[in-house]
Design a protein around this ligand. Structure first.
Ligand SMILES: O=C(O)CCC(=O)C(=O)O
Length: 379
């Protein structure tokens, strides 16, 4: 089976995605027909340059006074972690194994959140807990937060991406805002959405792998844990969920520390010795089409004020034959892979929209929105 899977990874690149690690760039927005035919149906990413430079957000959101004034009465959701890695694998609080850690999520006045993101404390250099714990703040919540918490900014962006809406035949299910600093990282995962991702300020760096490469991410079950913040001690404490819950998550960290690089390569050879991930940096005014079920890892380089701001539009995906093929592929055991996802997680064939074996944020606290939405549709 090893050989057949390697052939699959190679053929998908040769026949459809291309053999370079670059994501195809379009100089202007495609027609809805071309977008549907060449990218959505092909489940293939692309970047559209000069797509949103006309949005008022591009100039207005670099002005702190404007943002603070417009959002002066608003409180927003902020994810707090010690090191900028939320929904990520970190050492277990009780032993040396890994657990899946969710951020401490709180609401605070927008100005306070912005100060925290831009300050030294917001960059993880604040008062520690003796174990190097600072606090890194990331304004985000994948629950349509742009249209809920930031509705006063609605006029600064388009409500939807017209050619994508026409191609996909629906309006976005959720529009989310992301404001982070250089430390905010999002670990490899996938989503069951067609994603149109727009950078407004700073740069976003994406690593992308197609769904056919699922075995290369070593998805295993990890015990769920979450951070809680104590305002008195200004510490984030990691606690395991009780009763225990297990989250299937990608094991690969694509940027291991120099100390651990050899160890990581030997643990995850299918990732490190296989085809390189697609790689791209998104600039203000550009849109990345990130197809449904593609694995993505996201990091960022801030603008002059220490921030990266982005808005993304999640459109419903079709749970069609591609999805069925993907689930079948995922169920195949790779000899180098270790234990596979438990098939018992997915007993009910009608539960495809709510099953917990999806390695995406529906397994996590921050993905509750997606899970809830999908479940309610299924019911
Ligand atoms: O910007 C980020 O940090 C993550 C974005 C992401 O994972 C998504 O849009 O699905």
């Amino acid at each position: 089976m090893e050989q057949q899977l390697e052939t699959l990874w190679k053929e998908v690149r040769e026949l459809s995605l291309g053999t370079s690690v670059e994501v195809e760039r379009l100089n202007s927005p495609p027609s809805s027909l071309r977008f549907l035919r060449d990218f959505v149906s092909a489940n293939k990413p692309c970047i559209i340059s000069d797509a949103t430079l006309h949005w008022p957000a591009i100039s207005l959101w670099s002005d702190d006074k404007y943002l603070r004034g417009a959002l002066s009465g608003s409180s927003v959701s902020v994810h707090l972690t010690p090191d900028g890695r939320a929904d990520a694998l970190v050492p277990h609080p009780e032993d040396s194994s890994l657990c899946f850690a969710s951020a401490h999520v709180c609401r605070m006045p927008f100005s306070e959140a912005l100060d925290l993101i831009s300050s030294d404390k917001g960059k993880g250099k604040g008062k520690g807990n003796g174990k190097g714990n600072g606090v890194v703040a990331y304004c985000q919540e994948q629950n349509d937060c742009f249209r809920n918490e930031y509705s006063v900014l609605a006029g600064d962006c388009e409500a939807h991406i017209p050619w994508a809406t026409e191609a996909l035949g629906c309006l976005p299910e959720a529009v989310n805002l992301w404001i982070g600093n250089s430390l905010s990282h999002t670990s490899f995962h996938k989503d069951h959405y067609e994603n149109l991702y727009v950078v407004v300020s700073g740069l976003k760096h994406f690593l992308l792998l197609p769904p056919t490469d699922v075995h290369r991410l070593y998805i295993h079950h990890y015990p769920a844990a979450s951070y809680s913040y104590s305002p008195d001690t200004q510490e984030l404490i990691l606690e395991l969920e009780k009763p225990p819950r297990y989250v299937p998550w990608c094991s690969v960290d694509p940027y291991p520390s120099p100390d651990s690089v050899h160890h990581e390569i030997s643990k995850f050879p299918l990732y490190f010795n296989g085809p390189k991930p697609f790689e791209c940096t998104l600039r203000p005014g550009e849109i990345l089409y990130l197809p449904s079920m593609w694995f993505h890892h996201v990091s960022q380089s801030p603008d002059g004020r220490g921030r990266t701001i982005a808005v993304n539009y999640w459109y419903d995906m079709q749970f069609d034959i591609k999805y069925a093929y993907f689930k079948f592929l995922q169920s195949i055991h790779h000899p180098l892979y270790g234990p596979t996802l438990s098939q018992s997680e997915d007993k009910d064939p009608l539960s495809v929209l709510s099953c917990s074996e999806r390695t995406d944020r529906s397994n996590t606290a921050s993905g509750a929105y997606e899970a809830k939405e999908k479940d309610s549709k299924e019911a």
